[in-house]
Write a protein that binds this ligand. Structure first.
Ligand code: MSK
Length: 630
């Protein structure tokens, strides 16, 4: 076995530089150049003090003009913008969950989509009080899909999954009036509140931000995760590889990008079809390689071991290799730049969702009823495109790492059983993990999530923070592009245990796990909520007492703000490396970093110095340990 060594950010940057040289030959644009064109950024926008929600403005707050035309002050404008940002993220995740419910409704024994984890479906059905006895599994799937869809517009009551939270957390949500009602209602209500002439009181707007976030995390995202597991299987540990070197020069390369596994699962299915492989060979390729970018990549990596070509800021790089026959996208985090960029190469940029339509793409409308046909057409299109490659433009950086991924809550409970003296716990609780934490072998856990953002040297914050935390015996659960940063660096290789403190290293050896556990895509942060809830229940502590925090050091999307809100509102302190456009209001900044602690027992910390951010998380974890006497 070759000697294990992390891939450094410098090595990744060198690979990118080389690809940009290819880009220069064909006149390709890239985000690195667009950032320069957009810098410096608008100060009003950065501080959140620009208001354009009516046509009297836009209004900008300055010392000379402290109020907008309607009289709204900086605090109201910043808080309104923050709520709108949250609502955008909450709507996006939740609509993803809705699509998954629709896919579940389309399952049939001989159709495109099947129920791959019937046990999980039955478990959720029982949790929701649905009779399962003697019921055909597909009838149950359809019934559950309808109930899931009804969560989006239910007339009365709050969301079903909230009952998964410890009672204490549920009481907080009730007391603070932030228990989310129908999923769509919270988004709608947020947009109503931010309309001209409605709320301008920061407390009311931030409270609704938490509620709208919760309707994402414990509602739409949780539906997306849970029913994706029912449809495509609950992830278990599986080996894969990460970084651009997973693309293969002699193969037809299809890159899947976006979020919804309904598309990518089908593409993988057809790329594996012997008929398609034979067709690829007939066109001069040795085979077909599917790899992924962003969260769709996380989805298929966790369930199929499909390699991860890269994360958010690497999406243009896959085209710049000159070896990408098709980049096939569904929804979210897709650069419109991929259209013009793909035109500089032979790459087909295939959009598939009415939700994400872009210029310079080939639109193949994908839907659950015709999924097989659509996927086959896309795979065939990629194969046909192989002969159009320009060999002189082909360069795939020789850079990749091994990774073990697929740590759903179910998988974590399983692998950590037996690590301690408590032996295998047949009830499948998190007690062995709690024992590791209370004994101090593991000091705590950090949920590392979120994107890349050009404001931070790509991947540096994720990787440096993870290295620091594991060296301090803090285990990491990661999702989204943060997980991919870890995988690209090598932190999901089990041999990364050697970078851990003695306690965490021992746990990694006994459980045979890497120190950074891949928990999935953005919607799968709902898995982290379930894990935190289970840890709290099994330990008899409140979630806010656990030595566990959340961190999004390089976040950029509206979804990330929605996530931050539901993580904080669940009782977990959350650490950000990028400011959420609130610096224009000391009141809003104070509320988010301190005031909301009185409501939900947790708050945000924003710190742009990554080293200090790591220190702050470790200090917080140690504080929490001390407070519960461990
Ligand atoms: S893909 S939201 S860049 S994590 Fe989920 Fe990555 Fe952030 Fe998109």
């Amino acid at each position: 076995m070759s000697e294990f060594k992390l891939t450094t950010v410098e090595e990744m940057e060198a690979a990118t530089e080389r690809l940009l040289e290819t880009g220069a030959k064909v006149g390709a644009d890239a985000w690195q150049f667009r950032v320069k064109n957009q810098t410096p950024h608008c100060k009003f926008g950065e501080q959140g003090i620009c208001c354009r929600i009516c046509s009297m403005g836009p209004c900008r707050i300055t010392p000379k003009a402290p109020r907008g035309i309607c009289g709204c002050d900086a605090h109201g404008i910043v808080a309104r913008n923050y709520l709108k940002f949250t609502a955008g993220g909450s709507a996006t995740h939740s609509d993803h969950g809705r699509e998954i419910c629709h896919t579940l409704y389309c399952t049939s024994p001989d159709g495109n989509y099947k129920v791959k984890d019937p046990d999980k479906l039955i478990r959720i059905a029982k949790e929701w009080g649905v009779e399962t006895e003697g019921k055909d599994i597909y009838d149950l799937a359809h019934e559950m899909a309808v109930l899931g869809l009804e969560e989006y517009g239910k007339v009365f009551g709050t969301q079903r999954f909230l009952k998964r939270a410890p009672e204490h957390t549920q009481e907080i949500w009730e007391r603070e009036e932030i228990a989310p009602r129908a999923i769509d209602r919270e988004v709608s209500c947020s947009l109503h509140m931010t309309h001209m002439g409605c709320s301008s009181l920061p407390e009311a707007l931030i409270r609704q931000s938490l509620r709208s976030g919760l309707s994402d995390g414990w509602g739409g995202s949780m539906a997306g995760t849970e029913f994706s597991d029912v449809l495509f299987g609950t992830p278990k540990p599986i080996d894969t590889e990460a970084n651009l070197g997973v693309m293969e020069k002699d193969n037809v390369n299809i890159v899947v990008h976006g979020h919804d596994p309904s598309l990518s699962e089908m593409i993988c299915e057809y790329a594996d079809d012997p008929e398609m492989i034979a067709y690829a060979k007939s066109k001069g390729a040795k085979g077909i390689t599917v790899s992924g970018v962003c969260c769709t990549s996380n989805e298929v990596a966790m369930r199929r071991g499909i390699p991860m070509a890269g994360n958010f800021l690497q999406q243009e790089n896959v085209v710049l290799t000159g070896a990408c026959e098709a980049i096939v996208v569904d929804v979210q985090c897709i650069f419109p730049a991929l259209g013009p960029l793909s035109k500089c190469f032979h790459t087909k940029f295939v959009t598939t969702s009415p939700i994400a339509q872009m210029p310079d793409s080939e639109f193949i409308r994908f839907n659950a009823e015709t999924a097989g046909e659509n996927a086959k057409a896309i795979v065939k299109m990629a194969i046909d495109n192989f002969e159009n490659r320009k060999p002189e433009l082909v360069h795939i950086p020789d850079i990749k790492q091994k990774a073990t991924v697929g740590y759903s809550v179910e998988a974590i409970v399983k692998v950590l059983d037996g690590v301690t003296n408590s032996q295998v716990d047949e009830t499948g609780t998190t007690k062995p993990l709690i024992e590791c934490i209370t004994s101090g072998v593991i000091r705590g856990a950090v949920a590392m999530v979120g994107c890349n953002n050009p404001k931070i040297r790509p991947d540096t914050a994720h990787i440096e923070l993870m290295k620091k935390l594991i060296a301090n015996d803090v285990i990491i659960i990661a999702s989204g592009c943060s997980a991919q940063a870890a995988a690209k660096a090598g932190l999901m290789d089990k041999r990364a245990k050697d970078l851990c403190g003695a306690g965490l290293k021992r746990v990694c050896e006994l459980a045979d796990i890497p120190p950074v556990l891949h928990m999935g895509s953005c919607v799968d942060i709902s898995r982290m909520l379930v894990l935190a809830a289970t840890l709290a229940k099994d330990s008899g502590l409140n979630i806010s007492q656990l030595p566990v925090v959340g961190c999004a050091p390089e976040w950029m999307s509206e979804k990330a703000v929605s996530i931050g809100n539901y993580v904080v509102a669940t009782g977990l302190d959350t650490f950000l490396g990028v400011d959420p456009y609130v610096s224009g209001s000391d009141k809003v900044a104070e509320l988010l970093t301190s005031g909301i602690r009185d409501w939900v027992e947790a708050a945000y910390t924003v710190e742009k110095d990554i080293d200090k951010l790591g220190d702050a998380m470790i200090a917080r974890i140690e504080e929490k340990r001390e407070a519960i006497g461990i």
